[in-house]
Ligand binder design. Sequence first.
Ligand code: HSE
Length: 433
Amino acid sequence: MTFKVGLLGLGTVGTGTAEILLSPAGRLPLLKEIEIYRVGVRSLDKSRTLQIDKTLLTTDLESIVNDPEVDIVVELLGGLEPARSLILKAIANGKHVVTANKAVIARFGPEIFTAANEKGVYVLLEAAVGGGIPVIQPLKQSLGANRITSVMGIVNGTTNYILTRMTTEGADFGEVLADAQKLGYAEADPTADVDGFDAADKIAILASLAFNGRIKLEEVYKEGIRNVSAADIAYADKLGFIIKLLAIAKREEGSTEESDRLQLRVHPTLLPKSHPLASVNGVYNAILVEGEPLGQVMFYGRGAGAGPTASAVVSDIMNIAAVLKTETVPIPHPLISCSHQHYCSVGPVEDVVSRFYTRFLTNDQAGVIGKLGTSFGNHGVSLESIVQIGMRDNLAEIVVVTHDVREGNFRAALDEIRTSGAVDSIPSILRVL
Ligand code: HSE
Protein backbone atom coordinates (compact mmCIF):
# COMPACT_ATOMS: atom_id res chain seq x y z
CA MET A 1 0.00 0.00 0.00
CA THR A 2 1.32 3.46 -0.86
CA PHE A 3 0.16 6.80 0.49
CA LYS A 4 0.67 9.67 -1.89
CA VAL A 5 1.78 12.98 -0.46
CA GLY A 6 1.34 16.33 -2.18
CA LEU A 7 3.88 18.66 -0.63
CA LEU A 8 3.15 22.39 -0.78
CA GLY A 9 6.40 24.29 -0.25
CA LEU A 10 10.01 23.27 -0.55
CA GLY A 11 11.60 25.82 1.75
CA THR A 12 13.52 24.93 4.90
CA VAL A 13 10.88 22.67 6.45
CA GLY A 14 9.66 21.30 3.10
CA THR A 15 13.20 20.28 2.20
CA GLY A 16 13.70 18.67 5.63
CA THR A 17 10.44 16.77 5.21
CA ALA A 18 11.32 15.59 1.70
CA GLU A 19 14.75 14.44 2.90
CA ILE A 20 13.16 12.14 5.49
CA LEU A 21 10.54 10.79 3.08
CA LEU A 22 13.12 10.18 0.35
CA SER A 23 15.47 8.22 2.62
CA PRO A 24 13.34 6.24 5.05
CA ALA A 25 16.03 3.62 5.75
CA GLY A 26 16.55 2.91 9.43
CA ARG A 27 13.26 4.51 10.41
CA LEU A 28 9.79 3.01 10.97
CA PRO A 29 8.87 0.65 8.08
CA LEU A 30 5.60 2.58 7.57
CA LEU A 31 7.65 5.42 6.08
CA LYS A 32 8.55 3.26 3.10
CA GLU A 33 4.86 3.27 2.14
CA ILE A 34 4.72 7.06 1.93
CA GLU A 35 5.51 8.47 -1.48
CA ILE A 36 6.19 12.08 -2.44
CA TYR A 37 3.85 12.33 -5.40
CA ARG A 38 3.86 16.05 -6.25
CA VAL A 39 5.72 19.05 -4.85
CA GLY A 40 4.44 22.61 -5.20
CA VAL A 41 7.16 25.26 -5.41
CA ARG A 42 7.32 28.96 -6.16
CA SER A 43 9.98 28.64 -8.85
CA LEU A 44 11.19 25.67 -10.89
CA ASP A 45 14.51 27.38 -11.61
CA LYS A 46 15.73 27.76 -8.04
CA SER A 47 18.88 25.76 -7.40
CA ARG A 48 18.31 23.16 -4.68
CA THR A 49 20.60 20.85 -2.79
CA LEU A 50 17.80 18.29 -2.38
CA GLN A 51 18.12 15.31 -4.72
CA ILE A 52 14.58 15.05 -6.02
CA ASP A 53 13.07 14.01 -9.34
CA LYS A 54 12.44 17.40 -11.01
CA THR A 55 9.34 16.09 -12.80
CA LEU A 56 7.55 15.98 -9.42
CA LEU A 57 7.83 19.76 -9.09
CA THR A 58 5.13 22.17 -10.21
CA THR A 59 4.32 25.82 -9.60
CA ASP A 60 0.61 25.05 -9.95
CA LEU A 61 -0.28 24.51 -6.29
CA GLU A 62 -3.99 24.10 -7.02
CA SER A 63 -3.28 21.15 -9.26
CA ILE A 64 -1.87 19.32 -6.22
CA VAL A 65 -4.89 19.85 -3.97
CA ASN A 66 -7.16 18.91 -6.88
CA ASP A 67 -5.20 15.80 -7.94
CA PRO A 68 -7.37 12.73 -7.26
CA GLU A 69 -4.25 10.61 -6.71
CA VAL A 70 -3.04 12.66 -3.70
CA ASP A 71 -4.06 11.23 -0.30
CA ILE A 72 -2.35 13.68 2.06
CA VAL A 73 -1.62 17.35 1.40
CA VAL A 74 1.30 18.69 3.45
CA GLU A 75 1.10 22.48 3.65
CA LEU A 76 4.46 24.07 4.43
CA LEU A 77 4.02 27.41 2.70
CA GLY A 78 3.54 29.58 5.80
CA GLY A 79 1.58 32.85 5.69
CA LEU A 80 -2.20 33.13 5.58
CA GLU A 81 -2.88 32.96 1.84
CA PRO A 82 -2.84 30.96 -0.32
CA ALA A 83 -2.21 28.47 2.52
CA ARG A 84 -5.72 28.75 4.01
CA SER A 85 -7.51 28.43 0.67
CA LEU A 86 -5.36 25.49 -0.40
CA ILE A 87 -6.00 23.69 2.89
CA LEU A 88 -9.76 24.22 2.52
CA LYS A 89 -9.68 23.06 -1.09
CA ALA A 90 -7.72 19.95 -0.15
CA ILE A 91 -10.29 19.16 2.53
CA ALA A 92 -13.18 19.77 0.12
CA ASN A 93 -11.51 17.26 -2.20
CA GLY A 94 -11.44 14.68 0.60
CA LYS A 95 -7.72 14.87 1.33
CA HIS A 96 -6.11 14.68 4.72
CA VAL A 97 -3.93 17.64 5.63
CA VAL A 98 -0.73 18.07 7.62
CA THR A 99 0.34 21.64 8.29
CA ALA A 100 3.00 23.54 10.22
CA ASN A 101 1.05 26.77 9.83
CA LYS A 102 0.23 28.12 13.30
CA ALA A 103 -0.95 31.46 11.91
CA VAL A 104 -3.62 29.80 9.75
CA ILE A 105 -4.72 27.33 12.43
CA ALA A 106 -4.90 29.97 15.20
CA ARG A 107 -7.05 32.25 12.99
CA PHE A 108 -9.07 29.83 10.87
CA GLY A 109 -9.00 26.64 12.96
CA PRO A 110 -12.80 26.59 13.49
CA GLU A 111 -13.47 26.92 9.73
CA ILE A 112 -10.83 24.32 8.87
CA PHE A 113 -11.81 21.72 11.48
CA THR A 114 -15.52 22.12 10.76
CA ALA A 115 -14.82 21.46 7.08
CA ALA A 116 -12.54 18.53 7.93
CA ASN A 117 -15.09 16.92 10.24
CA GLU A 118 -17.82 17.27 7.64
CA LYS A 119 -15.60 15.60 5.06
CA GLY A 120 -14.28 12.94 7.45
CA VAL A 121 -10.63 13.90 6.94
CA TYR A 122 -7.84 14.70 9.40
CA VAL A 123 -5.92 17.95 9.81
CA LEU A 124 -2.80 17.40 11.91
CA LEU A 125 -0.48 20.16 13.09
CA GLU A 126 2.24 18.82 15.38
CA ALA A 127 4.83 21.11 13.75
CA ALA A 128 2.79 24.28 14.34
CA VAL A 129 3.85 24.60 18.00
CA GLY A 130 7.30 23.93 19.38
CA GLY A 131 8.82 22.77 16.07
CA GLY A 132 10.21 19.32 16.77
CA ILE A 133 8.79 19.02 20.28
CA PRO A 134 5.94 16.52 20.41
CA VAL A 135 3.28 18.42 22.36
CA ILE A 136 0.13 18.50 20.21
CA GLN A 137 -0.33 14.74 20.01
CA PRO A 138 0.57 14.25 23.71
CA LEU A 139 -2.11 16.81 24.64
CA LYS A 140 -4.64 14.94 22.49
CA GLN A 141 -3.62 11.42 23.46
CA SER A 142 -1.10 10.69 26.20
CA LEU A 143 -2.44 13.35 28.58
CA GLY A 144 -6.07 12.75 27.68
CA ALA A 145 -6.85 11.18 31.05
CA ASN A 146 -5.96 14.39 32.87
CA ARG A 147 -7.88 17.51 33.76
CA ILE A 148 -5.39 20.10 32.56
CA THR A 149 -5.06 23.13 34.82
CA SER A 150 -2.34 25.06 32.99
CA VAL A 151 -0.11 25.06 29.96
CA MET A 152 2.73 27.54 29.95
CA GLY A 153 5.83 27.76 27.91
CA ILE A 154 8.62 29.42 26.07
CA VAL A 155 7.29 28.92 22.56
CA ASN A 156 9.22 31.52 20.59
CA GLY A 157 12.87 30.81 19.92
CA THR A 158 13.74 34.25 18.54
CA THR A 159 12.71 36.11 21.67
CA ASN A 160 14.26 33.48 23.92
CA TYR A 161 17.53 33.87 22.02
CA ILE A 162 17.38 37.66 22.41
CA LEU A 163 16.50 37.56 26.12
CA THR A 164 19.18 34.95 26.79
CA ARG A 165 21.82 37.14 25.16
CA MET A 166 20.55 40.25 26.95
CA THR A 167 20.92 38.31 30.22
CA THR A 168 24.39 36.92 29.60
CA GLU A 169 25.82 40.07 27.97
CA GLY A 170 24.01 42.75 30.00
CA ALA A 171 23.03 44.26 26.66
CA ASP A 172 19.90 46.19 25.70
CA PHE A 173 17.16 44.89 23.42
CA GLY A 174 17.95 47.04 20.36
CA GLU A 175 21.58 46.02 20.04
CA VAL A 176 20.93 42.30 20.54
CA LEU A 177 18.03 42.39 18.04
CA ALA A 178 20.24 44.06 15.42
CA ASP A 179 22.93 41.42 15.92
CA ALA A 180 20.38 38.57 15.89
CA GLN A 181 19.09 39.89 12.56
CA LYS A 182 22.62 39.96 11.16
CA LEU A 183 23.18 36.37 12.31
CA GLY A 184 19.85 35.15 10.91
CA TYR A 185 18.26 34.40 14.31
CA ALA A 186 15.68 37.17 13.88
CA GLU A 187 13.69 38.14 10.80
CA ALA A 188 14.27 41.46 9.00
CA ASP A 189 10.73 42.33 10.15
CA PRO A 190 10.82 40.90 13.68
CA THR A 191 7.30 42.01 14.65
CA ALA A 192 5.64 38.57 14.73
CA ASP A 193 8.26 37.28 17.13
CA VAL A 194 9.25 40.23 19.33
CA ASP A 195 5.74 41.64 19.74
CA GLY A 196 4.31 38.29 20.84
CA PHE A 197 2.08 37.46 17.83
CA ASP A 198 3.79 34.13 17.11
CA ALA A 199 3.59 33.08 20.77
CA ALA A 200 -0.08 34.14 20.93
CA ASP A 201 -0.92 31.94 17.93
CA LYS A 202 0.84 29.02 19.59
CA ILE A 203 -0.76 29.37 23.03
CA ALA A 204 -4.20 29.70 21.39
CA ILE A 205 -3.62 26.34 19.70
CA LEU A 206 -2.29 24.68 22.86
CA ALA A 207 -5.16 26.07 24.95
CA SER A 208 -7.74 24.78 22.51
CA LEU A 209 -6.34 21.26 22.87
CA ALA A 210 -5.71 21.42 26.60
CA PHE A 211 -9.12 22.87 27.45
CA ASN A 212 -11.18 21.18 24.74
CA GLY A 213 -12.72 24.22 23.14
CA ARG A 214 -12.21 26.79 20.44
CA ILE A 215 -10.28 29.96 21.16
CA LYS A 216 -10.74 33.44 19.69
CA LEU A 217 -7.21 34.62 18.98
CA GLU A 218 -8.09 38.22 19.81
CA GLU A 219 -8.85 37.13 23.39
CA VAL A 220 -5.20 36.25 23.99
CA TYR A 221 -3.62 39.19 25.83
CA LYS A 222 -0.15 39.93 24.51
CA GLU A 223 2.89 42.04 25.24
CA GLY A 224 6.22 41.53 23.51
CA ILE A 225 9.77 42.05 24.73
CA ARG A 226 10.63 45.45 23.20
CA ASN A 227 10.32 47.18 26.58
CA VAL A 228 12.46 44.74 28.53
CA SER A 229 15.67 46.57 29.42
CA ALA A 230 19.11 45.54 30.60
CA ALA A 231 18.33 47.38 33.86
CA ASP A 232 15.28 45.18 34.53
CA ILE A 233 17.20 42.01 33.75
CA ALA A 234 19.91 43.09 36.22
CA TYR A 235 17.39 43.93 38.97
CA ALA A 236 15.51 40.69 38.33
CA ASP A 237 18.79 38.81 38.72
CA LYS A 238 19.51 40.49 42.06
CA LEU A 239 16.02 39.57 43.26
CA GLY A 240 16.44 35.90 42.21
CA PHE A 241 14.54 35.99 38.91
CA ILE A 242 15.21 35.60 35.20
CA ILE A 243 13.05 37.30 32.53
CA LYS A 244 11.42 35.08 29.88
CA LEU A 245 8.64 35.63 27.35
CA LEU A 246 5.98 33.24 28.64
CA ALA A 247 2.82 32.10 26.91
CA ILE A 248 0.29 31.08 29.55
CA ALA A 249 -3.07 29.33 29.36
CA LYS A 250 -4.62 28.64 32.70
CA ARG A 251 -7.94 27.56 34.12
CA GLU A 252 -8.97 30.33 36.52
CA GLU A 253 -9.14 29.30 40.12
CA GLY A 254 -12.65 28.38 41.16
CA SER A 255 -13.54 27.35 37.59
CA THR A 256 -15.83 24.36 37.42
CA GLU A 257 -16.34 22.01 34.51
CA GLU A 258 -19.64 23.81 33.79
CA SER A 259 -18.29 27.35 34.10
CA ASP A 260 -14.68 27.16 33.01
CA ARG A 261 -12.95 30.47 32.54
CA LEU A 262 -9.44 30.70 31.12
CA GLN A 263 -6.60 33.17 31.30
CA LEU A 264 -4.71 33.43 28.03
CA ARG A 265 -1.69 35.67 27.94
CA VAL A 266 1.73 36.26 26.46
CA HIS A 267 4.11 38.63 28.21
CA PRO A 268 7.63 38.96 29.56
CA THR A 269 7.66 37.40 33.01
CA LEU A 270 10.05 37.31 35.96
CA LEU A 271 10.54 33.63 36.71
CA PRO A 272 12.17 32.39 39.92
CA LYS A 273 15.57 30.96 38.93
CA SER A 274 14.49 27.60 40.35
CA HIS A 275 11.45 27.34 38.02
CA PRO A 276 11.65 24.48 35.46
CA LEU A 277 11.36 26.99 32.55
CA ALA A 278 14.09 29.29 33.90
CA SER A 279 16.95 27.29 32.44
CA VAL A 280 15.49 27.05 28.92
CA ASN A 281 17.92 29.20 26.97
CA GLY A 282 18.79 30.32 23.47
CA VAL A 283 16.54 29.17 20.65
CA TYR A 284 15.17 26.26 22.69
CA ASN A 285 11.47 26.00 23.50
CA ALA A 286 9.76 24.26 26.41
CA ILE A 287 6.16 23.71 27.40
CA LEU A 288 5.15 22.90 30.96
CA VAL A 289 1.78 21.21 31.33
CA GLU A 290 0.07 20.76 34.65
CA GLY A 291 -2.91 18.53 35.22
CA GLU A 292 -4.62 16.14 37.54
CA PRO A 293 -3.70 13.46 38.39
CA LEU A 294 -0.40 13.71 36.48
CA GLY A 295 1.08 16.82 38.11
CA GLN A 296 3.72 18.58 36.01
CA VAL A 297 5.24 17.37 32.77
CA MET A 298 7.64 19.40 30.65
CA PHE A 299 8.40 19.11 26.93
CA TYR A 300 11.74 20.57 25.85
CA GLY A 301 13.55 20.78 22.55
CA ARG A 302 14.23 22.67 19.36
CA GLY A 303 11.30 24.88 18.44
CA ALA A 304 12.30 25.56 14.84
CA GLY A 305 14.65 24.51 12.06
CA ALA A 306 14.48 22.07 9.16
CA GLY A 307 15.19 18.79 10.93
CA PRO A 308 13.17 19.26 14.12
CA THR A 309 10.12 20.68 12.34
CA ALA A 310 10.26 18.02 9.63
CA SER A 311 10.37 15.38 12.35
CA ALA A 312 6.98 16.66 13.59
CA VAL A 313 5.53 16.93 10.07
CA VAL A 314 6.51 13.39 9.16
CA SER A 315 5.12 12.00 12.42
CA ASP A 316 1.74 13.49 11.44
CA ILE A 317 1.95 11.96 7.97
CA MET A 318 2.69 8.59 9.57
CA ASN A 319 -0.26 8.97 11.95
CA ILE A 320 -2.61 9.51 9.03
CA ALA A 321 -1.03 6.70 7.00
CA ALA A 322 -1.47 4.35 9.96
CA VAL A 323 -5.18 5.19 10.19
CA LEU A 324 -5.63 4.83 6.42
CA LYS A 325 -3.89 1.48 6.57
CA THR A 326 -6.22 0.08 9.19
CA GLU A 327 -9.55 1.62 8.14
CA THR A 328 -10.84 1.46 4.59
CA VAL A 329 -13.39 4.19 5.33
CA PRO A 330 -11.72 6.39 7.96
CA ILE A 331 -14.04 7.61 10.69
CA PRO A 332 -13.02 10.54 12.88
CA HIS A 333 -10.48 8.91 15.17
CA PRO A 334 -11.31 10.35 18.60
CA LEU A 335 -7.66 10.70 19.58
CA ILE A 336 -6.37 12.44 16.48
CA SER A 337 -9.30 14.47 15.14
CA CYS A 338 -10.41 17.86 16.56
CA SER A 339 -14.12 18.06 17.09
CA HIS A 340 -14.69 20.89 19.62
CA GLN A 341 -17.70 23.02 18.85
CA HIS A 342 -17.95 25.54 21.69
CA TYR A 343 -15.69 28.52 22.38
CA CYS A 344 -13.81 28.69 25.68
CA SER A 345 -14.69 31.58 27.94
CA VAL A 346 -11.66 33.81 28.50
CA GLY A 347 -11.44 36.31 31.37
CA PRO A 348 -10.13 39.88 30.98
CA VAL A 349 -6.51 40.52 31.92
CA GLU A 350 -7.70 42.98 34.64
CA ASP A 351 -9.01 39.96 36.57
CA VAL A 352 -5.74 38.01 36.42
CA VAL A 353 -4.09 37.69 39.82
CA SER A 354 -0.29 37.73 39.83
CA ARG A 355 2.71 39.37 41.39
CA PHE A 356 4.15 42.49 39.75
CA TYR A 357 7.64 43.95 39.43
CA THR A 358 7.71 47.72 38.90
CA ARG A 359 10.61 50.13 38.48
CA PHE A 360 10.03 53.75 39.42
CA LEU A 361 12.27 56.78 38.81
CA THR A 362 11.79 59.51 41.36
CA ASN A 363 13.44 62.46 43.05
CA ASP A 364 15.47 61.26 46.02
CA GLN A 365 13.52 63.01 48.75
CA ALA A 366 11.71 62.29 51.99
CA GLY A 367 8.28 60.74 51.81
CA VAL A 368 8.39 59.15 48.34
CA ILE A 369 8.35 55.56 49.54
CA GLY A 370 5.63 56.50 52.03
CA LYS A 371 3.46 57.89 49.21
CA LEU A 372 4.00 54.76 47.12
CA GLY A 373 3.02 52.61 50.10
CA THR A 374 -0.12 54.69 50.72
CA SER A 375 -1.32 54.47 47.10
CA PHE A 376 -0.67 50.74 46.96
CA GLY A 377 -2.44 50.31 50.31
CA ASN A 378 -5.45 52.32 49.05
CA HIS A 379 -6.01 49.67 46.37
CA GLY A 380 -5.30 46.59 48.47
CA VAL A 381 -1.86 45.99 46.92
CA SER A 382 0.47 44.32 49.40
CA LEU A 383 4.21 44.67 48.80
CA GLU A 384 6.63 41.76 49.01
CA SER A 385 9.80 43.84 48.63
CA ILE A 386 10.89 47.38 47.93
CA VAL A 387 14.49 48.32 47.16
CA GLN A 388 16.32 51.50 46.26
CA ILE A 389 19.74 50.59 44.98
CA GLY A 390 21.04 53.15 42.55
CA MET A 391 20.56 56.39 40.67
CA ARG A 392 19.74 56.72 36.98
CA ASP A 393 19.77 60.07 35.16
CA ASN A 394 20.01 61.85 38.54
CA LEU A 395 16.85 60.13 39.72
CA ALA A 396 16.49 57.51 42.41
CA GLU A 397 15.52 54.08 41.12
CA ILE A 398 13.00 52.23 43.28
CA VAL A 399 12.03 48.65 42.50
CA VAL A 400 8.91 47.12 43.98
CA VAL A 401 7.68 43.52 43.92
CA THR A 402 4.09 42.99 45.03
CA HIS A 403 2.36 40.01 46.52
CA ASP A 404 -0.40 38.45 44.42
CA VAL A 405 -2.83 41.13 43.35
CA ARG A 406 -5.68 41.48 40.88
CA GLU A 407 -4.26 43.32 37.85
CA GLY A 408 -7.10 45.87 37.82
CA ASN A 409 -6.32 46.91 41.42
CA PHE A 410 -2.62 47.13 40.69
CA ARG A 411 -3.23 49.36 37.65
CA ALA A 412 -5.54 51.61 39.68
CA ALA A 413 -2.77 52.04 42.29
CA LEU A 414 -0.28 52.95 39.55
CA ASP A 415 -2.73 55.51 38.12
CA GLU A 416 -3.01 57.10 41.54
CA ILE A 417 0.79 57.16 41.90
CA ARG A 418 1.17 58.79 38.47
CA THR A 419 -1.41 61.49 39.11
CA SER A 420 -0.14 62.22 42.64
CA GLY A 421 3.19 63.30 41.19
CA ALA A 422 5.02 61.04 43.67
CA VAL A 423 7.30 59.70 40.94
CA ASP A 424 8.99 61.05 37.83
CA SER A 425 8.23 58.02 35.66
CA ILE A 426 7.46 54.28 35.69
CA PRO A 427 9.82 52.77 33.09
CA SER A 428 8.89 49.12 33.67
CA ILE A 429 5.95 47.04 34.79
CA LEU A 430 6.45 43.28 34.51
CA ARG A 431 4.55 40.30 35.84
CA VAL A 432 6.19 37.86 38.24
CA LEU A 433 5.35 34.17 38.30
N1 HSE B 1 9.57 32.29 14.58
C1 HSE B 1 9.44 31.17 15.42
C2 HSE B 1 10.34 31.32 16.63
C3 HSE B 1 9.81 29.86 14.78
O1 HSE B 1 11.17 32.23 16.71
O2 HSE B 1 10.23 30.48 17.52
C4 HSE B 1 8.70 29.19 14.09
O3 HSE B 1 7.60 28.95 14.90
